[in-house]
Every structure is written in structure tokens, then in C-alpha cells.
Design a protein around this ligand. Structure first.
Ligand SMILES: *[C@@H]1O[C@H](CO)[C@@H](O)[C@H](O)[C@H]1NC(C)=O
Length: 476
């Protein structure tokens, strides 16, 4: 928990630095998808953009699913604490709560986006306060019997899963990887930022730094205050080790109060994620690549938001949530899928910059001669982690415990490629990558020739539709 977080954070920072370089050179809201198209050779740029667009979409959808599922589990943990630990939810009940959360998020992301944007600042503060509550108040409140020695907190290694120790340690990376992810969001809002070529890369790097340090402090605090009965924490009727730790230290009422804020912050994070995912899907539908793109690329005249993509992402998330019915191992698949698919979408443009011939011009944020080594480390890291998380979380697998990541993610990728190469109707015959972004850099000569095929008026109309979205993009 403690050292896994520290090690993974450092590698995530490498990924962030590589992405920051791209963000500094080309701060466009198209981000990953657009970079891939402009750095790759003409022969494979359309296919690679297609893959990045799809993995980014899968990543966003499973991001929504994982956050909202986490929120549902937390709500049930609150119910369990409130009932004096007599209530133990079934998977079906958790799924019911999950579905309710998703439905309310659909309404929020379709209607109340302006309010959501204003609330953003409030819950960033709430989030920080929560962090400090765990870092400072938890050690103060923890009774003596639950306090751990430094040698236990920083030196005890308990392997409960039956994997070899080294691999068990690597599995602890899942927590930091899932928590410190989605930093491409800063890129999507770059067209609304002044001074984007400097602001965007620093936003990426500092947010990773802050999340890494605060998260590490939280994990240390938990490790020092959780007592030594690890099995007891994992098997507690509350169903959430973190809630059980709070319960042991703060007692029932204070835990319920603190836990409500945990739920609230998680809930708000879910709504932001759905908002971001629906806008990303909207942009990808603009280029016609998704099934039902015509229906998806439509603004609702009344709400002035892309209601169709909000519903689409929510339905896909609901379907993914069905995995949760199969039990905790299947739920893990949703979490790891959100990481792996985003990592594929990150790794392709970072690698494409060096693999293909292009006239990449570094922006104000650049690592000079360290660019290439840092990019190599980050791509290898993402490749390695993607392979690791395709393995099941327990060595002896059965239907409930198998890792569904490989099924859902592999299945979606294969279907998307099948559609790309489909004779006559497939993307290979008409997909030309992202619609050219206004004010793109000179080195992006390639994509101007492809977008030349597009009808100028339709581009203008699309731009207009996107401008209407402008107000909400910054929520990300
Ligand atoms: C870790 O802590 C547990 C629980 O106190 C103990 O049984 C185990 O021997 C410890 N392992 C090491 C390597 O210190």
C-alpha cells in the first residue's frame, strides 16, 4: 500500500511529463486523438486515430462505471455503519444503487452543467479537507490498540492472494494507477486557457505531483492507524476497509459524518466523469466513427447539451456495471479496464512522436535530450501495466473470479477493428481522422489535406455546435 503507491506515482509522473511535452507543443482540445493523427505516418494515421478514439471512449465509459460503482459501494457502507454493522448488501442491491446514481448523473449532466461548473471549486476544497482529515485527524483520534509501529506500517508485507510476492506487490499499483489517471483532461480544455502552451503541461505535472504526495500521505496515515488485523478489515461487514478503519478510530457517528463527505465527493467526481466522457464521445461521434454517430452527434435544442451522448455513455456504463453482479473480482475488471484503455490511448501518441517521421516542434515545456528516454520509460511502463492488469486478481480462477478486462476490452477492440476493416461500409473507406482544429500548428500539414475532403459548411456547423459546448468543457 505505502511503497506500491510511491513507486507507481513516480512512473505515472514520467507518463505525465511525456504527455505534458505534447500538450505544450500542441495544446488543442482534440488531445490524444488529434496528436496521434498528426504525428503518425499517412499510411496508418487513420487506423491509429481510430484505435485511440475507441480506447479513449472505452476508458471514459469504464471510468464512469468504476467511479459510480465505487460510490454505490460507499453508500452501502454508510448503510452498514448506520445499522450497527448488521446490514450486509447483496451485489444486486449495490447494482440497484449504482443504477440510481447513474440516472441522477444523466439528469445532472444534461441539465445542470452550469451549476456543476460552479460547484467544481467547492468540492475541490471538500476533497482537500477530506485528505487532511485523514492525514491529520485520523492519527489523532486512533485509540492505542489500533496504532501501528513504524516497522509494521512501513515494513510488514502480507500476501493474501497466493500470487508470488513480487507480483502481489505489483498488483498494489492498481490503487495509484486508478486514482491518478485521466490527466489528459487538462488538454481538452486547452483552447479555453490563456497561455495554454505553458499552463497545460504544468497543470498535468503538478496535478500528478499533488495527487501522488497527498495520496502517499493518506496511505501512510492509514497504515499507521489500521491495526494489524488485515483479514478482519477486508472481511468486515461494512464492506469497505477504509470505512472500517475510520469506524475503529472515530466511532460510529463521526465516521458517518466523515463518510457522507466521502460519498458526496465521489458522487461529484462521477458526474464530472460522465460529463467529460459524454463530451469526448460527442467529439469522436463528430468524425462518424462510433455506432449511431448520426444520432450521437446532435445537440438537444432545449437543454443545449449533447443529451444523446450522455444517455449513450450511461447505458454503456450500466451494462458494464452488470459485471458487478458477478462479484468483486469482476468489479476489479471495470477498474483495471479504465486504466488499460486510457494507457493504450496515451501510449500511442507518445510513441508515435518518436516512431514516425514528423516535424514535431517542442513547446515551452520540453525535456530536451531527456524527452526520448522519458517517453521510452513511460511507454514501457504503460505496456507493462496493461499486461499485468489483464491477469486475474487471484491465481485460481473460476467464472466469478476470472478477469473480465480481457473479455470486454478485447471484445470491444476486435469489434471496432472489424468495423474499421468491414468491406464497403468500414471506416477504412471513409474515416479521415479528426476534423481539423482551428489554429493548429504548422507541422500539422498532413491533416489539412485529409480534412479538405470535408464539406466546409459542415465543418463550420460542427464548430458552431462545439462552441456551444464551450461553457461546459472546462468542468473536466
Ligand atoms: C505482518 O503482520 C502480521 C500481523 O501482525 C504478522 O502476522 C506477520 O508475521 C507480519 N509479517 C512480517 C513480514 O513482518
Amino acid at each position: 500500500m505505502v511503497w506500491g503507491w510511491a513507486v507507481a506515482s513516480i512512473f505515472i509522473l514520467f507518463v505525465g511529463m511525456s504527455m505534458a511535452e505534447l500538450g505544450s507543443a500542441a495544446p488543442t482540445s482534440g488531445g490524444l486523438y488529434f496528436w496521434t493523427h498528426s504525428f503518425s505516418s499517412p499510411r496508418c494515421r487513420n487506423l491509429l486515430s481510430w484505435i485511440v478514439g475507441y480506447t479513449n471512449t472505452i476508458g471514459s465509459v469504464s471510468g464512469v462505471a468504476s467511479i459510480d460503482w465505487g460510490c454505490a459501494v460507499q453508500v452501502m457502507a454508510a448503510a452498514s455503519i448506520g445499522s450497527g454493522q448488521t446490514f450486509v448488501p447483496t451485489n444486486a442491491q449495490i447494482f440497484g444503487v449504482y443504477a440510481c446514481i447513474l440516472v441522477t448523473h444523466v439528469f445532472i449532466c444534461s441539465l445542470a452543467t452550469k451549476i456543476l461548473a460552479r460547484l467544481q471549486t467547492v468540492y475541490i476544497f471538500l476533497n482537500l479537507i477530506l485528505c487532511f482529515a485523514v492525514i491529520i485527524a485520523l492519527p489523532v483520534a486512533t485509540p492505542k490498540e489500533f496504532r501501528n509501529t513504524a516497522s509494521f506500517a512501513l515494513g510488514n508485507f502480507t500476501n493474501l492472494d497466493g500470487w508470488p510476492n513480487g507480483y502481489a506487490f505489483i498488483l498494489s499499483f492498481l490503487a495509484p494507477l486508478w486514482t491518478i489517471c485521466g490527466f489528459d483532461c487538462s488538454v481538452h480544455i486547452s483552447e479555453e486557457a490563456s497561455n495554454a502552451a505553458t499552463a497545460v503541461p504544468w497543470a498535468i505535472v503538478t496535478s500528478i505531483g499533488v495527487a501522488g504526495v497527498l495520496g502517499w500521505a493518506i496511505n501512510m496515515s492509514l497504515a499507521f492507524c489500521m491495526g494489524t488485523d488485515i483479514d478482519g478489515l477486508l472481511d468486515s461487514p461494512i464492506g469497505q476497509p477504509m470505512a472500517q478503519i475510520f469506524f475503529n478510530s472515530f466511532g460510529q457517528n463521526a465516521t458517518l459524518a466523515l463518510w457522507s463527505f466521502v460519498v458526496l465527493v465521489q458522487y461529484m467526481m462521477g458526474s464530472s466523469m460522465l460529463l467529460g466522457a459524454s463530451r469526448q464521445t460527442f467529439a469522436f461521434a463528430r468524425d462518424g466513427a462510433l455506432p449511431f454517430s448520426g444520432w450521437l452527434y446532435r445537440m438537444n435544442g432545449y437543454t443545449k447539451t449533447p443529451v444523446n451522448t450522455v444517455i449513450y455513455v450511461a447505458i454503456l456504463s450500466l451494462l458494464l456495471g452488470l459485471l458487478g453482479l458477478a462479484g468483486p473480482s469482476a468489479t476489479n475488471a471495470i477498474f483495471s479496464m479504465s486504466i488499460i484503455s486510457l494507457y493504450v490511448a496515451y501510449a500511442i501518441p507518445i510513441a508515435a512522436r518518436f516512431v514516425f517521421k514528423n516535424d514535431f516542434k517542442p513547446g515551452p515545456f520540453n525535456l530536451g535530450r531527456f524527452s526520448m528516454p522519458v517517453a521510452t520509460i513511460s511507454v514501457l511502463w504503460m505496456l507493462f501495466m496493461s499486461v499485468v492488469f489483464l491477469f486475474p486478481s487471484l491465481p485460481q480462477t473460476d467464472v466469478a473470479d476470472m478477469n473480465y478486462t480481457v473479455v470486454v476490452m478485447g471484445g470491444t477492440l476486435i469489434l471496432s477493428l472489424a468495423w474499421y476493416y468491414c468491406p464497403k461500409y468500414g471506416g477504412v473507406h471513409w474515416f479521415t481522422g479528426p476534423v481539423k482544429n482551428i489554429g493548429s500548428k504548422e507541422w500539422d500539414k498532413g491533416s489539412s489535406s485529409t480534412s479538405g475532403k470535408q464539406d466546409k459548411d459542415s465543418i463550420a456547423a460542427k464548430r458552431h455546435a462545439e462552441a456551444e459546448l464551450g461553457g461546459e468543457k472546462s468542468d473536466c
